[in-house]
Ligand binder design. Structure first.
Ligand SMILES: C[S@@+](CC[C@H](N)C(=O)[O-])C[C@H]1O[C@@H](n2cnc3c(N)ncnc32)[C@H](O)[C@@H]1O
Length: 290
């Protein structure tokens, strides 16, 4: 690939998806885009870039999607789902006892294993949540992964990764060599296409946000901007879960790590108000002055 084409692709990917490619990732771009070029009837990346420059929007979206990393599996990393069961749900069940509603967002849901893992955790507490309005919104940039997520159909390999066998038996039906998640669990999740680089205030406020294993691909400024907007999308006592290799520390003052739950973040309410141009509440100003 010639350096000009690589620069064009780097810039485009940064603008469209936030992907921050270092100067030495040509091999990655080639391994993902040469098959796409061939599928579209072109000999290689030079022709693909030429076509994109001439304004081929569908092709450009396909290039952006092809460069996303969609790795995921059920109950990935286990700990976030322990936090959901042991810390987040008990806290919010009390805090929302009057309102009896919960809104959870799986931002960058990939092929759906994360939001369905959340849905199964909630279903396992069906008795306590009887009569509650539960919304799980699952979003991703890539239309292709969303189609798979919506189908709820997974291979034998995919259901063997992280999914306890009791939950497989309870919530999945075997269809030939594949497994489909039950309509009941599927119906708990709403899927939508959404780019985290763009405004998401229309989604409203959430009690819990899972934003895991996506910010790792972005540069610091992009992460800071997204954390600021995630903070505004959370209820004041809401909670954010990040991936094992991700943190807010040194990147955003809008959140602080939970004192003893790794990967779980709470809002720094005064910082969110400041970033919105509002004054911190009196109590917080007094504490800060001490
Ligand atoms: C590695 S997967 C993570 C899936 C899941 N959250 C997990 O932790 O297992 C990252 C996902 O982020 C999505 N993604 C990449 N850039 C995005 C963006 N700018 N906006 C929304 N989603 C994006 C990709 O399409 C991909 O499905």
């Amino acid at each position: 690939m010639n350096p000009q084409d690589y620069d064009f692709l780097r810039k485009l990917l940064k603008e469209r998806s936030g992907l921050d490619l270092s100067a030495d990732k040509q091999y990655l771009v080639e391994s993902r885009l040469i098959p796409l070029a061939r599928k579209a009837g072109m000999p290689g990346i030079a022709e693909l870039v030429q076509k994109m420059k001439s304004g081929a929007e569908t092709l450009t979206s396909e290039v952006v999607e092809a460069m996303t990393t969609n790795e995921t599996f059920f109950f990935r990393d286990k700990i976030p789902f322990d936090h959901l069961r042991e810390t987040i749900l008990p806290t919010l069940l009390k805090a929302r006892a009057n309102r009896r509603s919960l809104r959870i967002w799986s931002a960058a849901c990939s092929t759906g294993q994360e939001p369905y893992s959340i849905a199964m955790c909630l279903k396992e507490r069906a008795q306590e949540l009887a009569g509650w309005r539960i919304e799980i919104i699952a979003t991703d940039l890539s239309q292709e992964v969303l189609e798979k997520a919506k189908s709820g159909i997974y291979s034998q390999f995919e259901v063997q990764r992280g999914l306890p066998v009791q939950l497989l038996v309870k919530y999945f039906t075997q269809i030939g060599e594949h497994w489909q998640i039950s309509p009941e669990i599927r119906g708990m999740v709403q899927h939508r296409q959404l780019n985290l680089l763009q405004d998401f205030s229309h989604l409203g406020k959430f009690d819990v946000i899972f934003c895991r294993n996506v910010l790792i691909y972005f540069d610091q400024d992009t992460k800071t901007g997204i954390f600021g907007r995630l903070a505004k999308a959370l209820e004041p006592d809401g909670m954010l879960l990040l991936g094992a290799a991700e943190t807010v520390v040194g990147i955003s003052a809008a959140f602080r790590p939970h004192p003893d739950r790794r990967g779980l973040y709470l809002l720094n309410q005064d910082k969110v108000l400041q970033s919105q141009g509002g004054a911190p509440p009196q109590r917080l100003r007094v504490v800060a002055a001490r």
